[in-house]
Design a protein around this ligand. Structure first.
Ligand code: PHE
Length: 355
């Protein structure tokens, strides 16, 4: 009769030395596979004497049960250690600080463009846009600006080519021309956008922003211009009373022309609009010159109206108490964090200097 003890210890040794799942599988085949050790031992039963069979079979069964148990235990051990390994590797350290994220802020210029656009939309103005790179005709000639006008000078204008045909628009007024050429009167539009001049100090930057306004219809006079501007300034600064000063001025494309200043004072470090004896120029305006209307094939005997160009950056400085225009364009994230607006917060109150 086979030495079952010897077989058992051989098998158990083999199992003991196994170190992973795959090796265990092949040891299992070596034992229980078609040609496995224990399978062959079972096959032998048939060839045994009746007298030996009983003892042999019972020893063999014992062996089988023992080996099966040990194999199963080994399998469970492997599974367990694999799970433990995974748990260890994939451990999430919940004590780590979370990833910080920065919510974006709305730049004061974008904020003011939104505010101004919505105020004018309420009284029937629609929004137009034009390109930053303009040609000489739209920026100057069509606006009745003669060749010798100082604003055409290299000192004032960024030209993009030697022929002086392409330039960075010096104002949003070319959008007046583009709008009137593309359809028929009446016109009632505003056009916000970037504008460029060779200029840089505390209140001037080479790139700045304007809002153009144009209202042309059959019976529009200077009273409408004043009414519209008073309405706008009161709404924008959220005040009942404003001090506005119309100063006679000159623009080639309006007649008569005026510049508009707004009265303010500084009180307890805060800026107060509509009171005091300080003035800040915020816009140029006037009645559209008949020559301009002729240039865009509008009959000045039938149609007339007003136009204005507001400095958007100036409005933002006044309303939100920002005193250096250049900071608007320095892209300093700390500045934006301080002066910028929460995208979901609709401002209702004036904030003043001392935020
Ligand atoms: N375009 C003028 C400027 O930039 C402003 C203006 C616009 C004046 C419309 C009159 C009418 O200074």
């Amino acid at each position: 009769m086979e030495n079952f003890n010897q077989i058992e210890s051989d098998i158990l040794n083999k199992i003991k030395n196994v170190s992973d799942h795959n090796a265990l599988d092949s040891v299992k085949t070596e034992i229980f596979g078609k040609k496995g050790v224990i399978t062959e031992l079972f096959n032998k039963i048939r060839s045994l004497d009746q007298s030996q069979r009983k003892e042999y079979a019972s020893k063999l069964n014992e062996l089988k049960t023992k080996v099966t148990e040990i194999l199963e235990k080994k399998l469970v051990d492997f599974d367990q250690s694999e799970i433990n390994k995974k748990l260890k590797n994939e451990k999430i350290d919940i004590t780590l600080p979370g990833r910080t994220y920065f919510a974006g802020k709305i730049h004061p210029v974008s904020q003011v463009i939104d505010e101004v656009t919505s105020i004018f939309s309420e009284i029937g103005f629609s929004v137009e846009e034009g390109p930053d790179v303009e040609n000489e005709y739209y920026n100057f000639s069509a606006l009745n600006t003669p060749k010798n006008h100082p604003s055409r000078d290299m000192q004032d204008t960024f030209y993009l080519d030697h022929s002086k045909d392409l330039l960075l628009r010096t104002h949003t007024s070319p959008v007046q021309i583009r709008t009137m050429l593309k359809s028929k009167p009446p016109f009632k539009i505003i056009a916000p956008g970037r504008t460029y001049r060779c200029d840089s100090d505390q209140t001037h930057s080479p790139m700045f922003h304007q809002l153009e306004g144009l209202h042309i219809d059959k019976n529009i006079n200077m009273g409408h211009l004043k009414g519209c501007l008073y309405y706008f300034v009161k709404k924008f600064f959220e005040v009942e009373k404003v001090k506005i000063r119309f100063r006679p001025s000159y623009f080639p494309f309006t007649e008569p022309s005026a510049e508009v200043d707004i009265g303010y004072k500084i009180q307890d470090g805060k800026i107060k609009i509509g009171e005091g004896d300080k003035w800040l120029e915020i816009l140029g305006c006037g009645m559209v010159h008949p020559s301009v209307l002729k240039n865009v094939k509008v009959n000045p005997k039938q149609y007339q109206g007003y136009a204005f160009g507001v400095g958007i950056d100036r409005l933002a400085m006044l309303k939100y108490g920002i005193n250096d225009l250049r900071a608007f364009f320095e892209s300093d994230i700390r500045w934006l964090e301080f002066y910028g607006f929460d995208p979901l917060d609709v401002p209702t109150n004036y904030r003043g200097l001392s935020r």
